[in-house]
Design a protein. Structure first.
Length: 320
């Protein structure tokens, strides 16, 4: 039985990956210090005999005595709220954490997959963004702690591949949504859903004309799994190329939730990208992958999850 070690395995995407690998016959070792990951994200996995949890900060040396076939490095604050609250930890996990995870993969002679991000493209001047585009990033802006952490992590990953022959992969994840997102993490879909369910105004930043492309988490993790089993070492975009404005998204969530909330507008945050859409030609060619879940279906699943969590935790607790 193969063993995968998932750093950040109690996070939004990490927990879904842990579930997927277990379902496909792997042993899963989840490493998380719960800085932003949530214990409840992996509660359903704790009874699985092939699942193990190690509570640890991967910015410190990773000691694991058993064999490992694959390391998935997903540990990092990923939402604007989290990396603004934890800027130093974000930089450390991108640099030291990546170094430690790569060192483990090298020592175990295992495969390695880095969770990178569309944020490496910054506020892009090329549209849609393909993997050959170098990006347009402000390294000292408020988003720079996340953007540069991931850009450094990509450089470190390819250095280990070229220097030590580690079997590395890099996924550049575009906007993803689905169950286990946190309602207060600062991203558009959970924010709009939480506001709609609470009867609060839906807050749109700027005039809402900025665009994003949203991929449902089930599609994303299938693409990541296929990449992890491939022999391709360069970065690969995984995301949904269907582009829409943030204002259109707010109106869509109002419609599905049947909310009577008004839409209000606030000042656009510094360095907020104006456009964002993946070119997924590489994923289609190499991985035979493309997203299948349409936005309406994905949003309905996500809204039902948020309703359930709100009911279980109560109105005052669910957004903490």
């Amino acid at each position: 039985m193969k063993r995968v070690l998932v750093t950040g395995g109690a996070g939004f995407i990490g927990s879904h990956l842990s579930t997927l690998f277990l379902s496909r016959g792997w042993q899963v070792v989840c490493i998380d210090n719960f800085l932003t990951g949530k214990p409840e994200n992996i509660d359903h996995l704790r009874r699985e005999r092939n699942f193990r949890l190690l509570e640890q900060d991967v910015s410190k040396y990773i000691e694991f005595p058993d064999s490992v076939d694959l390391v998935l490095h997903f540990a990092s604050p990923a939402s604007p709220f989290d990396y603004h609250r934890y800027p130093i930890q974000t930089l450390k996990v991108g640099a030291l954490g990546t170094h430690n995870a790569l060192g483990l993969a090298k020592a175990k002679r295992s495969g390695f997959l880095l969770a990178s991000t569309s944020e490496v493209y910054g506020d892009p001047q090329v549209h849609p963004q393909n993997e050959d585009y170098w990006g347009h990033v402000n390294p000292i802006g408020p988003r720079g702690v996340y953007d540069e952490a991931k850009r450094f992590a990509e450089a470190m990953t390819l250095a280990y591949h070229r220097t030590h022959g580690v079997d590395t992969k890099i996924v550049r994840i575009f906007n993803t949504y689905g169950p286990r997102m946190q309602p207060n993490d600062g991203r558009a879909i959970p924010a709009f859903i939480a506001e709609a369910l609470n009867g609060d105004p839906l807050t749109v930043f700027g005039n809402g004309a900025q665009t994003r492309s949203f991929c449902y988490v089930d599609d994303l993790i299938e693409g990541i799994y296929r990449l992890s089993q491939s022999d391709y070492h360069g970065p690969v975009n995984i995301g949904n190329p269907n582009e829409m404005t943030i204002l259109q998204l707010a109106e869509k969530i109002k419609e599905i939730t049947k909310s009577l909330s008004q839409i209000v507008f606030k000042e656009l945050p510094v360095d907020d990208p104006k456009i964002r859409r993946p070119d997924i030609a590489r994923a289609k060619t190499i991985l035979k992958w493309e997203p299948k879940v349409d936005l309406t279906t994905g949003l309905k699943h996500t809204i039902e999850y948020f309703k359930k969590v709100k009911q279980e935790k109560g109105v005052l607790e669910w957004q903490k």
